[in-house]
Design a protein around this ligand. Structure first.
Ligand SMILES: C[S@@+](CC[C@H](N)C(=O)[O-])C[C@H]1O[C@@H](n2cnc3c(N)ncnc32)[C@H](O)[C@@H]1O
Length: 212
């Protein structure tokens, strides 16, 4: 990460009040695809990492048994909790959790992991570690919407802020999923620098390399 977890959290807490109003077309398209591909069953538990103000978590809650939203920014989490209360959504729980240590309650099985527009804050090695943690939850499906390079980054028109963001190529992400026993079955390009990957577990999950 180009900023410490604490700096990143403070940055998002500062933005939390206006965050939901500032969304562009690519973000909205990406979020809609993540929600569509997550497609939880009624008895599924969904883990949404980098949940922010809960856009994905709250949209999936009506279709799932439970949604666990994790983020490092208390300001973003506060807004997510308020939105859940306002909407009367009770099967979602928002709390502190980092990509590489999401603090899933002990004994809680996770079926689907989602993450939208958040993983690009980590560098390639950190993303690989985060994807290994996602696989280690036992989930059968991981849906990642994010800034990612389908082609070379365009330095004149970056879709991201090079000072704080660190997007990967689609190839690096696909390799990271493959390394932990997942097959990327969908790679949807929303923009040259934005896309959605859907990864499905191959086999039972007992054999996830490095999973705890
Ligand atoms: C651009 S927002 C996206 C929020 C939400 N997923 C959405 O679709 O609106 C990125 C979020 O990632 C969180 N984040 C950044 N680094 C993180 C990390 N290492 N672990 C967990 N969350 C992180 C930020 O606090 C922020 O809420």
């Amino acid at each position: 990460m180009k900023r410490s977890v604490e700096e990143m959290a403070a940055r998002f807490t500062e933005q939390a009040a206006d965050y939901d109003e500032e969304k562009g077309a690519e973000y909205r398209a990406c979020a809609a695809l993540v929600i569509e591909y997550a497609d939880p069953d009624r008895d599924d538990v969904v883990l949404d990492l980098g949940t922010g103000t809960g856009a994905i978590a709250l949209a999936l809650a009506p279709d799932a048994e439970r949604v666990i939203g994790r983020d490092i920014s208390e300001g973003m989490l506060d807004r997510a909790r308020r939105k859940a209360a306002d909407a009367g959504i009770e099967n979602v729980e928002f709390g502190y959790g980092e990509f590489r240590d999401p603090d899933v309650p002990t004994g809680r099985a996770v079926d689907v992991v989602t993450s939208n527009f958040a993983l690009h804050h980590l560098d390639d090695d950190e993303k690989r570690a985060a994807i290994r943690v996602m696989a280690g939850t036992g989930a059968r499906r991981i849906v990642l919407g994010d800034v990612m390079f389908f082609e070379g980054p365009d330095p004149d028109e970056p879709f991201y802020n090079p000072d704080v963001d660190d997007p990967s190529t689609v190839g690096t992400l696909v390799e990271a999923f493959t390394d932990v026993g997942f097959a990327v079955v969908v790679a949807e390009r929303v923009h040259d620098q934005v896309g959605v990957l859907v990864a499905e577990r191959i086999g039972s999950g007992d054999e996830v390399p490095g999973a705890e």
